[in-house]
Each structure stands twice: as structure tokens, then as C-alpha cells.
Design a protein around this ligand. Structure first.
Ligand SMILES: CC(C)(COP(=O)(O)OP(=O)(O)OC[C@H]1O[C@@H](n2cnc3c(N)ncnc32)[C@H](O)[C@@H]1OP(=O)(O)O)[C@@H](O)C(=O)NCCC(=O)NCCS
Length: 168
């Protein structure tokens, strides 16, 4: 099988750079991918409040080039983090299923790291389910270190791992 490269025309933006209508449209599209990807108890609430009322919560999204049919550009990936003083808590990174293993996750993580570094953030922290091997591999490759393991963190029998990337 031919290896696929980075999706064409990939562009990463922040929903806060959009007007309300566009932001709410992107949030609705993210919510649909989120629902398909995660069990309901782990699904993040991508409701309109996120845009209006949570200035410390950042939602980034990546789209590909617009298809020639005039359809909207595909939603390729998204990420959510919360800024708390010198730290950022990375809640979510997700690449839509058809676009995985093409370097998008890595690119999104690089984007987040560079942006947080520029903003003076000292470290990024996240929790990941021990069973999510692709995500753990991605984070390890980006330099995150495993610091702590908590049994039954997500649900009975599901271990959470705390990972940290130092930016200083
Ligand atoms: C985890 C996830 C974001 C990775 O995104 P991706 O775009 O496929 O990742 P990339 O193509 O950029 O891969 C970068 C590196 O991550 C690791 N990786 C990614 N997918 C992997 C897999 N299925 N198995 C093992 N390692 C994997 C590899 O080290 C890879 O580098 P390589 O391709 O040179 O081996 C994606 O699989 C995903 O969205 N999963 C479902 C949601 C999820 O679990 N999110 C994390 C918890 S919130």
C-alpha cells in the first residue's frame, strides 16, 4: 500500500480567531468527531459555552484543503488545553480516523508546544489512558515523560498515566 503523506493544505487555527458563527460551526463539527471517537463518559463538552465563557480554555483545530466540489474543508484534527498560570493542562488531542498515521498528531503537538513556549508557559501536563498506545507513543515521541500512574483513574480497571513536558 502506498504511504499517505500529510493531508494537503493542512492549516491549524484557534476557534477564538473566528467570529461566533464560524466558531460554533467548528465546535459542532468537533463534537461529532468527539462522539465517534470517545466513550460518552470521556467525551469533552464542545458546547457553545466553550467559546463564550471559558477564556482560559483553548480549542485548536486543523482543516485540510477545500475539495474542488465546493464542500467545506474537512476537519482533520483538534486539541483542547487549559492555561493555568505557568502550566497548561492538555485535555484532548484527536485526529479524525481517516487522517491518522500521516504526521498530523505530531504537527498539532509541535504547534501547541511552540505556542505555549512563546507565551511563557513552563510545562504541559496531561493524563492518558494506559491502554491508549498510539497516544502514549505520540506523547513520548514529543518528549513527554510519564510521572505517575493511578489505577481505576478513568473507570474500574482503567489506569491513568500523568505525563509532563517541561518547556523551560
Ligand atoms: C493519538 C493520535 C492523536 C495520533 O495521531 P496521528 O496523526 O495518527 O499521529 P502521527 O501520524 O502524527 O504519529 C506520530 C507518532 O505517534 C506515534 N503513533 C501514532 N499512532 C500510532 C499507532 N497507531 N501505534 C503506535 N504508535 C503510534 C508514533 O510514534 C508516530 O510516529 P511514526 O509514525 O513515525 O511511528 C490519534 O491516533 C488519535 O486521534 N487517536 C484517538 C484519540 C486519542 O486517543 N487521543 C488521545 C487521548 S485524548
Amino acid at each position: 500500500m502506498e504511504a499517505k503523506g500529510m493531508p494537503e493544505g493542512l492549516s491549524i487555527s484557534d476557534i477564538h480567531s473566528l467570529g461566533q458563527k464560524e466558531a460554533l460551526d467548528i465546535l459542532a463539527r468537533i463534537a461529532r468527531v468527539e462522539k465517534k471517537t470517545f466513550p460518552s463518559n470521556e467525551a469533552f463538552d464542545f458546547s457553545a459555552d466553550l467559546w463564550r465563557k471559558k477564556p482560559n480554555t483553548r480549542v485548536l483545530y486543523a482543516t485540510g484543503a477545500s475539495p474542488s466540489t465546493g464542500a467545506p474543508s474537512p476537519l482533520v484534527a483538534y486539541a483542547v488545553y487549559v492555561r493555568q498560570k505557568g502550566a497548561a493542562l492538555l485535555h484532548k488531542v484527536c485526529v479524525a480516523e481517516p487522517f491518522r498515521r500521516r504526521g498530523v498528531g505530531q504537527k498539532l503537538m509541535d504547534h501547541i508546544r511552540q505556542r505555549l513556549q512563546r507565551e511563557g508557559c513552563q510545562y504541559i501536563q496531561l493524563w492518558v489512558d494506559k491502554a491508549r498506545e498510539p497516544a502514549r507513543a505520540l506523547y513520548a515521541r514529543c518528549g513527554f515523560e510519564e510521572r505517575e500512574e493511578i489505577d481505576n483513574y478513568y473507570a474500574p480497571g482503567r489506569t491513568g498515566i500523568r505525563m509532563v513536558l517541561n518547556l523551560e
